[in-house]
Design a protein. Structure first.
Length: 247
């Protein structure tokens, strides 16, 4: 199977890192984060930003395709796992992070994967690709309500406090603007009045929204290149000449 290439990880310096620098402080205002784990962390850009914000106890998990030289946290704080299997991690954290990952798993793995995230922390910072978002190996693109229902079954409430704050922020990549939610259990809500207030301001079910950035990207993908139009025009002209002049 094709994996993300080197350019993808290079681009994280222009996408994940700037986005994290805007979002991580917002999360820290709602939740006391002394420890964080990122499932599907890639090069650990998000955990690196948590460290910039004073969270030293971080841990990243991803597959074999991530090269050690790319990882931005100490290697003893990184583990390789298949995300469609039990993670077998023997501790909990204050915050679990899982961004633009869950869509890469088959639908049958969605419920067990959400259960794994809930087992890791009382608060989960989560985003996943919506239908027609597109991407490499996207097997389960879903609207936010789908994920909200899975988290609700584990006792976690959806808090839609991040998207309104970053929707027009040019420093944040559009997929985070469109998809990022917090999920928290009663323990976390009781410990944070700020988180409780954010819940009270949130709709019961996170609305399905398409960011203009995705809209533009989908239109761009749908535009045919000049080449096909040229050859279609040339073929039509040849047919016309043949019909009129016999050649």
């Amino acid at each position: 199977m094709q994996s993300y290439d080197q350019q993808f990880y290079t681009d994280l310096d222009e996408t994940a890192a700037p986005s994290a620098r805007r979002i991580v402080p917002m999360v820290s205002q709602l939740v006391t984060v002394g420890s964080a784990i990122d499932i599907g962390c890639g090069d650990a850009s998000w955990l690196d930003v948590f460290r910039e914000n004073g969270v030293e106890d971080v841990f990243g998990v991803d597959g074999d395709w991530v090269e050690e030289a790319q990882i931005k946290i100490p290697l003893d704080r990184f583990a390789r796992r298949r995300l469609d299997r039990p993670l077998e991690l023997d501790r909990r954290f204050d915050l679990a992070v899982c961004l633009e990952v869950a869509e890469h798993l088959q639908p049958a793995a969605a419920e067990p994967f959400v259960a794994e995230l809930c087992g890791l922390a009382p608060v989960v910072l989560f985003s996943a690709a919506i239908p027609h978002q597109g991407g490499l190996h996207h097997y389960n693109e879903q609207w936010p309500a789908y994920w909200s229902n899975l988290f609700a079954a584990k006792g976690y409430r959806a808090i839609d406090a991040i998207r309104p704050a970053i929707w027009r922020d040019d420093e944040v990549s559009w997929w985070y603007k469109q998809n990022t939610l917090l999920f928290a259990n009663e323990e976390a809500l009781a410990a944070s009045p700020q988180l409780q207030e954010a819940l009270e301001r949130s709709p019961e079910v996170p609305p399905s929204m398409v960011h203009p950035g995705m809209y533009d990207e989908v239109l761009r993908r749908a535009e045919p290149s000049f080449g096909p139009w040229f050859w279609m025009g040339w073929a039509a002209m040849r047919r016309s000449l043949k019909k009129r002049f016999g050649f």
